[in-house]
Design a protein around this ligand. Structure first.
Ligand SMILES: Nc1nc2c(ncn2[C@@H]2O[C@H](COP(=O)(O)OP(=O)(O)O)[C@@H](O)[C@H]2O)c(=O)[nH]1
Ligand SMILES: [Mg+2]
Ligand SMILES: [Zn+2]
Length: 291
C-alpha cells in the first residue's frame, strides 16, 4: 500500500472519488467518517489500481455546509468563490440570498450575485431591488445563460467556484454551458431529482482549466449556518460593522434591548428593515435557548 495525496472530486454519501497522481480512486474512510467534502485535499492509502482509503483531510481554505432539519453536512471544501444565481422568474427568494451572503462572509469566500435570464423583461425590476446589495459592496453580474454566459468567465479564472441558488434559476444551464461534457440535468425533471434524498449530498468538482474549478452540488441550495455563533453574526453584515461594540449591553441580541446601536441605526435608516429582520431571525435561530 502506498501513501499519497489527492483531491476529492466527487462525494456521494460515504463514497468519495479522489484524484491523485493523474488517476482516480474509489475511496472509503476509516470508521465510516463522512466529514470530508468535495474539494478536500486528503491523504490516502492506495490499496490497488482502483481503491484507496482516506486517512485524513488537510487544512481547508473554506468549508460550506448543508443543513436539513436534523443534520449538518459538509458539502464543498476550499471554495474561493460563490456564484449566487438568481433571476426574475421563478420568484426569487431574498432570504436565501441574505443567508448565502452570511455563509460567504463567514467562510471568507467572495460572493458574486449572478442575475440570469437578462433576456426576460422582468429583469429590470429585480435589478432595482438588488441595488441594496451593490450598495453593500457585493459584485453583481447580469447575463443570460442561454444567450451569453461569457461575462462569467473572468470571474471563474483562478478560482474554485460553486453555483448556488433556488431551483429554476439556471444553474444547470450555466454548468452545461461551461462544461458541455458534464451534462448537468436542466428543467423540471432535474428539479424533482435534485430535491430527492439521495442527490442532496452529492457534489462533483470539474476542472475548467488548470487553475479554475467548478463544484456542482444540488445540496448547496440550502446553506447550513448552524456552525456560526449568534454573537458573531453582525461581523458578517458589512453595514453593521461600524456599530459593533456600541450597544448598551455587550451581549446585546439586537432584538429587544434598550439602546441597541443596531436597532437605532435601523431606525435612522442606516440599516434596512429586511437586513435587521434577517439578523434578528438568524440570532434567534442560532441561540434559541438563551433568548
Ligand atoms: N429565458 C431564459 N431562460 C433560461 C435561461 N437560463 C436558463 N433558463 C431556463 O430556466 C429553467 C431552469 O433552468 P435550470 O438550468 O434547470 O435551473 P436550475 O434549477 O437552477 O439548475 C429551464 O427551463 C431553462 O431553460 C436564460 O438565460 N433565459
Ligand atoms: Mg439544476
Ligand atoms: Zn444591539
Amino acid at each position: 500500500m502506498t501513501a499519497t495525496t489527492g483531491q476529492i472530486i466527487r462525494s456521494h454519501g460515504r463514497r468519495f472519488i479522489v484524484e491523485a497522481d493523474g488517476q482516480t480512486y474509489d475511496c472509503t474512510t476509516r470508521g465510516k467518517r463522512v466529514d470530508f467534502a468535495c474539494g478536500d485535499w486528503v491523504d490516502i492509502l492506495v490499496q490497488n489500481k482502483e481503491q484507496a482509503v482516506i486517512e485524513r483531510a488537510q487544512e481547508r481554505r473554506s468549508l460550506l455546509y448543508r443543513q436539513d432539519d436534523w443534520k449538518t453536512k459538509v458539502i464543498a471544501a476550499n471554495v474561493t468563490r460563490i456564484l449566487f444565481v438568481t433571476a426574475a422568474v421563478p420568484s426569487p427568494n431574498e432570504e436565501l440570498l441574505g443567508r448565502c451572503l452570511i455563509a460567504a462572509e463567514a467562510g471568507d469566500i467572495e460572493p458574486v450575485i449572478v442575475v440570469n435570464k437578462s433576456d426576460l423583461p422582468e429583469t429590470a425590476a429585480l435589478l432595482e431591488k438588488l441595488q441594496l446589495y451593490v450598495k453593500l459592496g457585493y459584485q453583481l453580474l447580469t447575463l443570460s445563460a442561454k444567450q451569453d454566459f461569457e461575462p462569467l468567465l473572468p470571474l471563474l479564472q483562478g478560482q474554485t467556484s460553486v453555483l448556488v441558488g433556488q431551483s429554476g434559476m439556471g444553474k444547470s444551464t450555466l454548468t452545461n454551458a461551461l462544461l458541455p461534457e458534464a451534462k448537468a440535468r436542466t428543467g423540471d425533471i432535474s428539479q424533482a431529482l435534485d430535491s430527492g434524498r439521495h442527490t442532496t449530498t452529492h457534489a462533483t468538482l470539474y476542472h475548467l482549466n488548470a487553475d479554475s474549478h467548478l463544484i456542482d452540488s444540488p445540496g448547496l441550495q440550502e446553506f447550513g449556518l448552524k456552525h456560526l455563533q449568534a454573537s458573531e453574526l453582525i461581523y458578517h453584515f458589512p453595514e453593521m460593522r461600524p456599530f459593533i461594540g456600541q450597544c448598551r449591553f455587550h451581549n446585546c441580541s439586537h432584538r429587544v434591548e434598550p439602546n441597541c446601536a443596531i436597532m437605532n441605526a435601523a431606525a435612522e435608516g442606516l440599516i434596512t428593515k429586511q437586513r435587521l429582520d434577517l439578523l434578528q431571525r438568524l440570532t434567534q435561530e442560532l441561540a434559541p435557548s438563551k433568548l
